[in-house]
Design a protein around this ligand. Structure first.
Ligand SMILES: Nc1ncnc2c1ncn2[C@@H]1O[C@H](COP(=O)(O)OP(=O)(O)OP(=O)(O)O)[C@@H](O)[C@H]1O
Length: 307
């Protein structure tokens, strides 16, 4: 296993008596890009705020680069860059001036980093233009540049592609991959754009109603999303036991809406049809499919089209 950049154990946050994050235990390894997925209000920003020290946990513990305790965490947070909610942009300043402000606030002496970061995020030609006149995409990029001041080893980005046009989305994706591959930066990124996240992340954290429901690598996700026969029928329980007794497979998932996913017999759908016909099971739908990240997420939380 790679070095753990972050380790949380039973991390909990309670706001005014309401538990918004509940016993979250997660480990982030160096150089990976973690996609944080969850509905509005699931607790993604709260988790990011706790990691970056913008809020304090109500329970559980947090370890950064192998160290814990408030003093140690404060020191280790110098190795963390974040863009959470409002990226700390001053509207009447240019991109460069904004970067200078944050550089000086962080006590970083070398001004060359301003030019380097402006180029890295594609804002080098914005000159004296004030940040308040930037498009949303430009503000997002400036936010990322600000987060990168101080060469962080862990980068936390809350919805960094929100509001970007398709080209901007691809540019940010390439930038994040470059940062991860060339500088071994670990990235935690939240987004509701799941197709995009699928192209960017190496690992996925699914958070639902304040709880970490699943943590998967890309390979594990692909395995879960692999090809299957999707069956809707009038007697799903009977079919599941017939699949086991007659066709010898338990390689089946039953979704909350009783749709069945059968991961065997993909190339022999006819046997499955015959089995149902022979036992008087009425078929409403039978098709070969593979899941997307979006499908997987929806079936995991048991909502959306599967309700
Ligand atoms: N400072 C706060 N005081 C009280 N409740 C809060 C506070 N911050 C967050 N919450 C609540 O915590 C829950 C989780 O919010 P959070 O912002 O972490 O969700 P999220 O997953 O980031 O959602 P979104 O996708 O909409 O950004 C929500 O119910 C929210 O109202």
């Amino acid at each position: 296993m790679n070095q753990a950049v972050l380790k949380t154990s039973q991390l909990t946050k309670i706001y005014q008596g309401v538990t918004v994050l509940h016993n979250v235990s997660v480990t982030l390894e160096a150089g990976k890009i973690y996609g944080l997925i969850g509905q509005n209000g699931a607790g993604k920003t709260t988790l990011m705020r706790l990691i970056s020290g913008l809020a304090f946990p109500s329970g559980g513990s947090l370890e950064l680069f192998g160290r814990q305790g408030e003093q140690a965490l404060q020191a280790e947070r110098k190795r963390v860059g974040c863009m959470i909610e409002y990226p700390g942009i001053v509207g009447h300043m240019s991109a460069r001036e904004n970067l200078r402000l944050h550089r000086l606030m962080k006590g970083i002496p070398n001004p060359e980093i301003e030019e380097e970061l402006l180029r890295l995020v594609g804002l080098a030609d914005t000159d004296k233009k004030k940040a308040k006149n930037f498009s949303l995409g430009m503000k997002q990029r400036l936010g990322i540049a600000i987060a990168l001041i101080g060469n962080p080893e862990l980068l936390i980005l809350d919805e960094p592609i929100n509001g970007l046009d398709p080209l901007g989305v691809v540019e940010i994706r390439n930038l994040l991959k470059q940062l991860s591959e060339e500088r071994m930066i670990t990235i935690l990124i939240s987004s509701h754009n799941l197709p995009e996240l699928y192209q960017t992340a190496t690992d996925y954290l699914f958070i639902h109603q304040g709880q970490l429901r699943e943590a998967l690598t890309l390979a594990q996700l692909d395995e879960r999303c692999r090809q299957h026969i999707r069956i809707e029928c009038d007697q799903p329980d009977k079919l599941v036991s017939l699949l086991e007794s007659e066709l010898g497979t338990q390689n089946v998932q039953v979704l909350p809406d009783k749709t069945i996913k059968l991961y065997d017999y993909y190339d022999d759908r006819e046997q499955v049809s015959r089995l149902m016909f022979d036992h008087g099971i009425r078929v409403m739908a039978l098709s070969n499919e593979g899941d997307t990240l979006e499908d997987y997420y929806i079936s995991l939380i048991g909502g959306g089209k599967h309700d």
